[in-house]
Design a protein around this ligand. Structure first.
Ligand code: NDP
Ligand code: MG
Length: 390
């Protein structure tokens, strides 16, 4: 049995992961499940999957979860807080860790899993954006296995046939596809009126609210450009973004000899999740088979940078390097939260991130302390910028 910890088990990726595991209960056992606030939902999953451990955000949530599990006769050990997250990500009882907490909160536990030499299934792109070098060094030094779950990076991973430097040397560029989100063709003059629910209504994917807003601004693709830089060692000029509204080609690798390899499939995160769980084998994921005749047309276009300023800001942060990507990510998290809370307009997200990046922290991202300090400073700067917007 392969034992799995799911960080962020109550989220969109967490649920899809449990769905794949449910289909293969002969091969996978759940070691630990974590959530932040959704106690009842976590309890239901604990009752079904019987993990040894469960973690929630606060002592109060932990007491509530304990009560629910006691009533159901489930002996799962409950704990709470950041240290507990790091513990379930690194303890001897788990083989693989699905890193699916949203945002910077996922950084420490994901890093703990890498440092413990686990097989890390990485959905939490923000962790890698913040601390790319530290994270990749930890993977190497501690013999962890890093499997990208983000669909684009999973596609690229599948198109680089083996983790062999000879393949990497022949790569001309990696091409990240993007759906363009819900506002790809909307009149830019009307973008300031968008509501949180409109921004979260993604045409092809069902995801958590933060990443849905990021998809609408295309900051998601920007974060993915930085993610691809770290995962595949690609410099910014060798990373291309191409809008592909059907979300069937999940990304591509162009080689020097003119070959382009692409991975295709219906837009369903259970495909990359199943790939990560079973790698290098393949297992059934519950995903309907791709019918290209039904899809009919696959189209591609270059992104309009004026429509999607966040994409340009992410490229800028990657070129500046050092602590700039951590600042970009933190400013974006604050701005997206403010937008979801109805405090700012959709178009203010890019303005706030740009303002924070103008004063981007200098320095190298060579320690977790430096990264977390840059994260805190950028959050403060973003909140100050929010205040000035009125
Ligand atoms: P969701 O918002 O659906 O789920 C987030 C999960 O993280 C929940 O389990 C939530 O717990 C938990 N969580 C939230 N805040 C904290 C915190 N402060 N401390 C600990 N746990 C916390 O997000 P998604 O599943 O959509 O995304 C998860 C990650 O995967 C993100 O980094 C995203 O970018 C990435 N990703 C997602 C894709 C998708 O299709 N959804 C595709 C590619 C990447 P609770 O429910 O209790 O609040
Ligand atoms: Mg993606």
């Amino acid at each position: 049995m392969h034992r799995i910890t799911i960080l962020g088990a109550t989220g969109s990726i967490g649920e899809s992961t449990l769905d794949v595991i449910r289909r293969h209960s002969d091969r996978y056992a759940v070691h630990a499940l974590t959530a932040h606030r959704q106690v009842a939902k976590l309890a239901a999953s604990c009752i079904e999957f019987r993990p040894a451990r469960a973690v929630v955000g606060t002592a109060e949530a932990a007491r509530e979860l304990e009560g629910l599990l006691r009533n159901a006769g489930v002996p799962t050990e409950v704990s709470h807080g950041e240290a507990a997250l790091e513990s379930v990500a690194s303890d001897a009882g788990t083989d693989s860790v699905m890193a699916a907490i949203v945002g910077a909160a996922g950084l420490r536990p994901t890093l703990a899993a890498a440092r413990a030499g686990k097989r890390v299934l990485l959905a939490n792109k923000e962790a890698l954006v913040m601390s790319g070098r530290i994270f990749m060094d930890a993977v190497r030094e501690h013999g962890a296995t890093l499997l990208p779950i983000d669909s684009e990076h999973n596609a690229i991973f599948q198109c680089l046939p083996a983790d062999d430097p000879r393949y990497r040397a022949g790569v001309a560029k990696v091409v990240l596809t993007a759906s363009g989100g819900p506002f790809r063709t909307r009149d830019p003059a009307t973008l300031h009126d968008i509501t949180p629910d409109q921004a979260c209504a993604h045409p092809n994917w069902v995801m958590g609210r933060k990443i849905s807003v990021d998809s609408a601004t295309m900051m998601n693709k920007g974060l993915e450009v930085i993610e691809a830089h770290w995962l595949f060692g690609a410099p910014p000029e060798r990373i291309e973004v191409l809008i592909h509204p059907q979300s069937i080609v999940h990304s591509m690798v162009a080689y020097m000899d003119g070959s382009v390899l692409a991975q295709l499939g219906n837009p369903d995160m259970r495909t990359p999740i199943a790939y990560g769980l079973a790698y290098p084998e393949r297992i059934e994921a519950g995903v309907s088979p791709l019918d290209l005749a039904l899809a009919g047309t696959l189209s591609f276009e270059k992104p309009e940078m004026a429509r999607f300023p966040c994409l340009g800001l992410a490229f800028d942060a990657l070129r500046v390097g050092g602590l700039a990507p951590a600042a970009l990510n933190a400013a974006n998290e604050v701005a997206v939260e403010a937008f979801l809370d109805g405090k700012i307009r959709f178009t203010d997200i890019a303005r706030i991130v740009a303002r924070v990046l103008e004063k981007a922290p200098q320095g190298v991202a060579d320690s977790l302390g430096a990264v977390l300090e840059a994260d805190t400073a950028a959050r403060e700067a973003a909140r100050a910028a929010l205040g000035k917007l009125g």
